[in-house]
Design a binder for this molecule. Structure first.
Ligand SMILES: [Zn+2]
Length: 280
């Protein structure tokens, strides 16, 4: 069954292999080509917790994507080291509607999500009504501290900042049950199902993850309220991930919400932006 639209709420434009280092423009072209091929109507591009040769800055991406209505940009917070995000310029980009959300990388950057230093960031998110996306669970880096990315910590900030909407990326993998509790308990917490494998699934692992997600949904109730589709492209291949979405057997109305409706509300992507342009 095919939903009316499809939003991929979690993609990147970074290089992940030094051997395949390419200009960002080529990564943009790849992404748009893949989206066209697989009929993905919109993608949320998330910038990194670092800026270097492999990770473009938000300024660079906004310039490359300035006329691209199929893409929404979420700004990754750089919160450790010497190139920290300037919150004043972040706020300006939110005010001007150039970026539509903030992504935090606890674990990768060494802080937990309930770190008191983040209060200003949450207040800015509340002021501009933009979601705060949070990396949760397993990290794609040996130098990250995974305890700091545990999904249960999201409950702390969900309670302390009830006027902020939080998105647990990767549903806390492998702590699905803890993520389910946080979702069940807090109406201001959402999750994307991105990045649950690297590249493509093996048969066994896909079955394993699908079972865990179905258990989660049984516990938390209506998945349409809080879950969103996302892939984590290019770390994850888009086509097998769309098949994975089908495997989760959502009921028709929940599928519409997971595939696009919830993301369109959270990121302010209106339906006219999703509708395909009329044929010439
Ligand atoms: Zn990601």
């Amino acid at each position: 069954m095919k939903p009316r639209y499809l939003i991929d709420a979690h993609v990147h434009l970074n290089n992940y292999h030094e051997s395949e280092r390419r200009p960002t423009q080529e990564n943009v072209r790849d992404l748009l080509e893949k989206m066209a091929e697989l009929e993905i109507d919109h993608a949320v591009v998330i910038t990194s917790y670092k800026v270097d040769m492999d990770r473009p800055s938000v300024e660079e991406l906004l310039e490359l994507l300035s006329n691209e209505r199929r893409i929404t940009v979420v700004e990754g917070l750089r919160w450790r080291g010497d190139q920290r995000t300037d919150l004043f310029t972040l706020e300006e980009r939110l005010r001007d509607g150039l970026v539509k959300g903030i992504k935090l990388y606890p674990g990768y950057d060494h802080y937990p999500i309930n770190d008191p230093s983040l209060e200003t960031v949450f207040r800015i998110a509340a002021k501009y009504s933009v979601p705060v996306m949070i990396h949760t669970g397993d990290t794609y880096s040996r130098t990250a501290k995974v305890r700091m990315a545990h999904p249960l910590l999201v409950d702390d900030v969900a309670v302390d900042y009830p006027d902020v909407k939080f998105v647990m990326c990767h549903v806390g993998n492998p702590w699905f049950q803890d993520a389910a509790e946080v979702l069940y308990k807090n109406d201001n917490v959402y999750a994307d199902i991105s990045g649950l494998t690297l590249g493509e699934f093996t048969y066994e692992f896909e079955r394993y993850v699908a079972m865990r997600l179905k258990d989660m949904i049984a516990y938390m109730g209506d998945p349409g309220k809080q879950l969103m589709y996302g892939s984590d492209f290019p770390l994850v291949k888009m086509k097998p991930y769309l098949k994975f979405l089908q495997e989760l057997d959502f009921k028709p109305d929940a599928l519409e919400s997971v595939a696009w409706r919830t993301a369109s509300r959270l990121f302010g992507i209106d339906e006219s932006q999703l509708a395909k342009p009329p044929p010439p």
